[in-house]
Design a protein around this ligand. Structure first.
Ligand code: CMP
Length: 135
């Protein structure tokens, strides 16, 4: 059993997609352990995305992710990290497989609806940022 984080980003929150995304998680066998909404401060966002700090899109990403509410969802399942990334689809929604969350709700490579942790180590760090160390 693994736990990982799905974060619903401001574009998907704005378009009232929270419920439909939670449905997709449950229909695909993920168990929901905890849900928390928040608005990131700039400092929290920079910590969450620190692996991308040298990318040219970093400052735009920080502006976008702090522009509104995000929803963190702790999910559990066998191989949850890789299975959730399959359900999320490619970073660029135009390249995401049909039926994936980004194919359904993503608008652009930046405004791509959701984020999923890319490894067990990232999941640990990102779950801590949302839920503290109780996960
Ligand atoms: P995410 O999976 O949350 O991880 C990093 C985020 O940076 C990514 O989703 C997008 O929101 C954003 N991103 C990645 N690549 C680009 C890009 N080429 N241009 C703009 N934003 C990007």
């Amino acid at each position: 059993m693994q736990r990982t984080l799905l974060m619903i980003k401001p574009d998907a929150v704005e378009k009232r997609a929270i419920g439909r995304i939670i449905n997709m998680l449950e229909e695909n066998g993920f168990k929901i352990i905890s849900i928390k909404s928040k608005v990131f401060t700039k400092e929290e966002a920079e910590k969450f995305y620190e692996v991308h700090k040298d990318k040219e899109f970093f400052s735009s990403l920080i502006d976008y992710i702090t522009s509104g509410m995000v929803v963190g969802i702790m999910v559990e399942g066998d191989n949850a990290v890789s299975k959730l990334r399959e359900l999320v689809g490619a970073t660029d929604p135009r390249k995401a497989r049909a039926g994936t969350i980004r194919a359904v709700f993503g608008e652009s490579i930046e405004r791509n609806a959701v984020h999923a942790s890319d490894s067990p180590e990232s999941a640990d760090k990102e779950l801590s940022l949302f839920f503290g160390h109780e996960h």
